[in-house]
Design a protein around this ligand. Structure first.
Ligand SMILES: Cc1cc2nc3c(=O)[nH]c(=O)nc-3n(C[C@H](O)[C@H](O)[C@H](O)COP(=O)(O)OP(=O)(O)OC[C@H]3O[C@@H](n4cnc5c(N)ncnc54)[C@H](O)[C@@H]3O)c2cc1C
Ligand code: FES
Length: 271
């Protein structure tokens, strides 16, 4: 198992450098000059420095978990990108941030993806905003790594531009294959099952990917989600079942080897 990158102690301030729309999503780029370069599949707990906790019922109260979309290291230190979908008070507030605003972040946290064994072909499979950790992982594996990406509609499918040469499926058929991304995966594995599948997306998609891979004895690594309050093992809010017992997803995941899972349907996860 690779050594994980460990977060510096405590929360630190990161300046937002850029905010851009990508179809239904927002990409936030920020400077994290003192922070380490994260690994693909790791995540950060994010909070807006101002107006966090000012909504109805004082929401959002806790920080929110986000996969790192992309990381660069330049003369000014590390720059991070996050892909956000506005689904509630926390993501809404983060989507409002613009250049010069301050973001408080903790990370990189958790265990990311493991490289494929020699001779194994990596294959990326993403759904919706779950494509985020696959972009940084494709940067690490190489731009030629094939990616199959599924989205609900054309506005969300614009996210496919964040990866190289992705093959797209949409639920409504507005772009690419009309149907589920798992149909593309099934065809791909039928022609060549000796792959390692790296995947992130909504729980039903993850479960379908897990089952397809299990039937063919294809290795798979799943980036799961669950409700996370702290991100570093203290609250036990993120516990998920595995074949060997309950684990804290923020410590043992979010990337979990499919062989450890009976199911990828995790209580409390998924929009
Ligand atoms: C490790 C990890 C990585 C993530 N990466 C991303 C990312 O790259 N981009 C992104 O947009 N979102 C990501 N998420 C999900 C993100 O944390 C939630 O969307 C966010 O917490 C919702 O907060 P909110 O206040 O906007 O909405 P809330 O009101 O808290 O929730 C809105 C809806 O989203 C559901 N939800 C809340 N938290 C989660 C969760 N953790 N997983 C799935 N569904 C949830 C709720 O059940 C509710 O239906 C990630 C979550 C985890 C655990
Ligand atoms: S999020 Fe608190 S223990 Fe995992």
């Amino acid at each position: 198992m690779s050594e994980r990158t460990v977060a510096p102690f405590g929360r630190r301030a990161a300046r937002v450098l850029d905010r851009r729309r990508c179809g239904s999503y927002v990409v936030l780029r920020c400077a994290d000059p003192e922070g380490p370069r994260p690994q693909g599949g790791q995540f950060y707990m994010l909070t807006a420095a101002e107006r966090w906790g000012g909504g109805a019922g004082e929401r959002p109260f806790l920080p929110r978990a986000f996969s790192v979309l992309r990381a660069r290291t330049g003369p000014g230190g590390t720059e991070l990108e996050f892909l956000l979908e506005d689904v509630g008070p926390g993501t809404k507030r983060l989507c409002e941030l613009g250049p010069g605003d301050e973001l408080l972040l903790l990370g990189p946290l958790g265990a990311g993806f493991e490289p494929p064994a020699a001779g194994r072909r990596p294959l990326l499979v993403g759904g919706g905003v779950g494509i985020a950790p696959l972009a940084i992982w494709q940067d690490e594996l190489g731009a030629a790594t094939p990616a199959l990406l599924g989205f609900r509609d054309a506005a969300r499918a614009k996210g496919a531009a964040l990866l190289h040469a992705a093959v797209v499926a949409t639920d409504d058929g507005s772009i690419g294959h009309h149907g589920l991304v798992t149909e593309l995966l099934e065809a791909e594995l039928d022609s060549s099952p000796a792959a390692v599948v790296y995947t992130c997306g909504p729980p039903p998609m993850l479960e379908a990917v897990r089952a397809l891979c299990a039937e063919r004895s294809t290795e798979a690594q799943l980036a799961l989600e669950s409700g996370m309050a702290c991100g570093f093992g203290a609250c036990f809010g993120c516990v998920v079942p595995t074949r060997t017992g309950l684990v804290r997803l923020c410590i043992e995941g979010p990337v979990i080897d499919a062989s450890r899972l009976e199911t990828a349907i995790v209580a409390g996860a998924g929009h």
